[in-house]
Design a protein around this ligand. Structure first.
Ligand SMILES: *Cc1c(COP(=O)(O)O)cnc(C)c1O
Length: 362
């Protein structure tokens, strides 16, 4: 074992800005144990059975002996048909986090500016820091709308943003900035705009059409939430082919493996599964929202698979802790200068009933 002094001097060999960084901390992922897990917005149901068949078929032959298709063309062709976009407009990634990394690295150089709303997905700031870039956080309005401040041409020290990212629906709020408003902001911004639609399949509308209408808009989608495949790691971006060509330079050659390409293709092929799953989540989301309101919480009307709750008088952290002691994990979120709250993932009806029973006694 190295001594503490040795360990410290080894860390001193890395870039000082990296050594000074906190690093992104994902939600708790307890391995083993019997948890009701409502903390990281995973889907509570099993994925389409077509996924297991596709994975088994791919694993059985000699496919895994060869490198995968660098561009995951079978997936892009099938997704293109389902979404009504040309496959040249699609880039696949190892989860949408991979695509967000590629996007920030492609558009924002060291010292330049990434603009995001706050409170939102904390990874955006981490990606800017890794790039040695500045992350400019523009607060949402009280009602979770995005004001004109998000579209001003210059940011900190007169630096214009080189990329803006809007999680839509947003996390932790679950709220949606209407596509018309996103289009308006994109027209005014001096840079490319990523609409992170990790939760887009749960919402009433999305920004896919904006990609066609506005050349600077890029949409990202994830298989982790709506397709119940968080363990698989697959996502994709939709953008004009000229942008896709630039992003391809930045990605790892084989960023998606053969199993995930086969699985994601089978998953997107089963739109009946998606519609059924979405209907179940939306119904349980209603129960969860109403249940929290009847307990005196302010629960924001959600367009995603989680609900953001605050209590007018009770502190939030002890609620999270007491639930954890009862084997129920939710997410306690705290944002500097803004406040805190509880983000609760929509589980099965049974899980949400158990959660509501437990929170009553807390
Ligand atoms: C979960 C999440 C992602 C990450 O999705 P992966 O495909 O699992 O990498 C991206 N953006 C937001 C806002 C998320 O909540």
């Amino acid at each position: 074992m190295p001594t503490t002094r040795q360990a410290r001097s080894a860390a001193a060999l890395v870039r000082p800005d990296i050594a000074a960084m906190q690093g992104y901390v994902p939600g708790e992922q307890p391995q083993g144990g019997k948890w009701i897990k409502l903390n990281t917005n995973e889907n509570p149901y099993a994925p389409s059975s077509a996924v297991a068949r596709a994975v088994a078929a791919t694993a059985a032959g000699r496919t895994l002996a060869k490198y995968p298709d660098p561009l995951a063309t079978v997936f892009r062709v099938r997704a293109g048909e389902v979404l009504g976009v040309n496959p040249d407009w699609i880039l696949c990634g190892n989860g949408s986090d991979d695509l967000l990394t590629i996007l920030v690295r492609t558009f924002v150089a060291a010292g330049e500016c990434l603009r995001v709303p706050t409170p939102s997905y904390i990874l955006y700031r981490t990606l800017a820091e890794l790039q040695g870039a500045v992350c400019e956080e523009i607060p949402f309005e009280q009602d979770w709308s995005l004001g004109d401040a998000f579209a001003v041409e210059t940011g900190p020290d007169g630096r214009p943003p080189k990329l803006a990212i809007i999680a839509n629906p947003n996390s932790p709020s679950g709220t949606l900035v209407p596509p018309e408003r996103v289009g308006e902001l994109a027209e005014r911004l001096p840079c490319a705009v990523v609409v992170d639609e990790a939760y887009g399949d749960f919402s009433d509308t999305n920004c896919l059409d904006l990609v066609r209408q506005c050349e600077r808009v890029i949409v990202t989608r994830s298989f982790s939430k709506s397709y119940a495949l968080a363990g698989l790691r697959f996502g994709f971006a939709v953008a004009r082919p000229e942008i896709i060509a630039e992003l391809q330079k930045m990605k790892d050659s084989y960023n998606c493996d053969a199993l995930s390409i086969a699985a994601a293709t089978a998953a997107i092929d089963d739109q009946a599964w998606l519609a059924d799953n979405r209907a179940k989540i939306v119904a349980t989301r209603r129960r969860l929202t109403d249940g929290m309101r009847s307990l005196g919480f302010d629960a924001v009307e959600s367009q995603a698979n989680f609900v953001w709750c605050t209590h007018p008088s009770r502190p939030h952290k002890p609620i999270y802790e007491a639930l954890k002691a009862r084997g129920i994990l939710i997410r306690f979120m705290q944002y500097a200068g803004w406040g805190d709250g509880l983000r609760i993932t929509v589980g099965t009806d049974d899980e949400i009933d158990a959660f509501l029973d437990a929170i009553k006694t807390v």
